[in-house]
Design a binder for this molecule. Structure first.
Ligand code: AMP
Ligand code: MG
Length: 419
């Protein structure tokens, strides 16, 4: 087991052990946010036939070759073709057919004249323009041809993908499985949110914030409850998580007398790959994997709520995205100017909780205040995590630094993109 490694090394090890999960079938309407495990070829042409892009009249362009505003041409209207209609009509010389948007263009016709350029009188229509061949006709297959590779495996399914799958007649599609994450809180002081908090007890809030972090990345949280500070109770709870894809436990991974989580994980067959990451908050982070078969990977997060959330952000979140098949694993970052001086003694990388503000073209980062890992408010107020590199001990007011954006709404402009 590695000890005291850098966050970059820890992330590399984690991602190495988080391959994309296998495939499952889901209904297309439920596929949003999932990642395709299959490439999709079309067995159809879209549109299926030449059809009208306008409400107007299907014509033979040759009939109108000489037509102009001064010398309009009159054609005989032989019928009407609505959208969705199929028509037995075939246009001969001197004939036109009333046609609506999306309706199939009848044989014999090679152009559509839009209604605004026509004057109808009973079964006659007078046209004062000369259309180009194919005018206002959408060609069969111009969108998709039979055999086209329309979607690639690995594509994130969004509204456009769902619309395309539906157009291709697909009701189900193969996607990567969603990671199932078993979540454990451990500590004698912990109770459920409606529990008795007298005598120094506190709510096991980590389970709730971690479950929400899982949901945010489309993973499925499974709640294992609260384990007492005994190896037996931790083991009993962890066993229930062995069928998950990922175990995330919080607390009990430090050097305290009752920090049994690492020992129990090992007893259950987990090989620990690292313990201790040179970062703040979050140093005691532990990571391992169960060797047997397709056993889970396991994260032992530190217990302090801020440490738990920050280590989840840096390591669990990218792992879950990778397992879900996502290609982009990380939060967006921006460069921001510091509103105040920051300093530290340690040689660890600090993730400083910051609020962000736009000032003209610049983004200004301001510490959310007390950065103690027990102060959950620092997370509540944080729109980003400022990277205070390990080897630097001071960042002056006005210096720039990289900030991971937690609140992606911050990137949304206050005004529309057009005016
Ligand atoms: P430990 O790692 O057990 O020493 O816990 C570190 C700190 O985190 C202690 O103050 C714990 O009370 C707190 N803590 C541990 N687990 C949780 C949890 N699930 N929710 C909120 N706070 C916790
Ligand atoms: Mg504890």
């Amino acid at each position: 087991m590695r000890q005291g490694i850098t966050p970059a090394e820890a992330l590399r090890i984690v991602l190495e052990h988080a391959p994309p999960l296998g495939a499952e079938t889901t209904s297309v309407s439920d596929a949003r946010g999932r990642v395709l495990a299959e490439g999709v070829r079309s067995a159809r042409r879209l549109p299926p036939s030449d059809n009208s892009a306008m409400d107007g009249f299907a014509v033979r362009s040759a009939d109108l070759a000489s037509a102009s505003a001064e010398r309009p041409v009159t054609l005989e209207v032989i019928g009407e073709i609505p959208a969705g209609g199929s028509s037995e009509l075939t246009l001969r010389a001197g004939e036109a057919a009333r046609i609506l948007t999306g309706a199939p263009v009848p044989p014999g016709s090679d152009a559509v004249v839009m209604q605004e350029d026509t004057a109808r009188d009973g079964d006659r229509v007078t046209i004062g323009i000369s259309p180009q061949p194919r005018a206002h006709i959408r060609d069969a297959g111009e969108d998709v041809e039979i055999g086209d590779q329309v979607l690639e495996a690995g594509a994130l399914v969004g509204p456009a993908e769902i619309g395309m799958l539906a157009s291709l007649g697909r009701s189900v599609v193969s996607v990567h499985r969603r990671p199932r994450v078993a979540i454990l809180s451990g500590g004698d002081e912990l109770v459920e949110p409606d529990g008795d908090t007298s005598g120094g007890r506190i709510v096991a809030s980590n389970s709730y914030s971690i479950a929400a972090q899982c949901l945010e990345v489309g993973a499925e949280p499974v709640y294992l409850g609260i384990a007492r500070d005994t190896p037996e109770d931790i083991e009993r709870h962890l066993r229930a998580g062995l069928r998950a894809d990922v175990i995330v436990s919080s607390a009990g991974v430090s050097v305290g007398d009752r920090d049994y989580v690492r020992g129990v994980l090992e007893k259950l067959g987990c090989s620990l790959l690292f313990w201790g990451v040179k970062m703040k908050p979050g140093y005691p982070l532990t990571f391992g994997r169960f060797e047997a078969g397709d056993g889970p990977i396991a994260f032992g997060l530190p217990g302090n709520p801020v440490s738990a959330m920050v280590t989840f952000e840096q390591f669990v979140r990218p792992a879950l995205r990778k397992m879900a098949g996502r290609r982009s694993l990380f939060r967006p970052t921006v460069r921001a100017r510091l509103a105040d001086r920051l300093h530290k003694q340690s040689d660890r990388l600090h993730f400083v909780r910051v609020d962000l503000e736009r000032e003209g073209d610049e983004i200004v980062a301001r510490s959310t205040g007390n950065q103690s890992s027990g102060v959950s408010r620092s997370m509540l107020l944080a729109r980003g995590l400022l990277i205070f590199p390990a080897e630097i001990h001071e960042l002056r007011k006005g210096d720039t630094a990289t900030v991971q954006i937690l609140d992606e709404d911050f990137l949304a402009p206050p005004t529309p993109a057009f005016s």
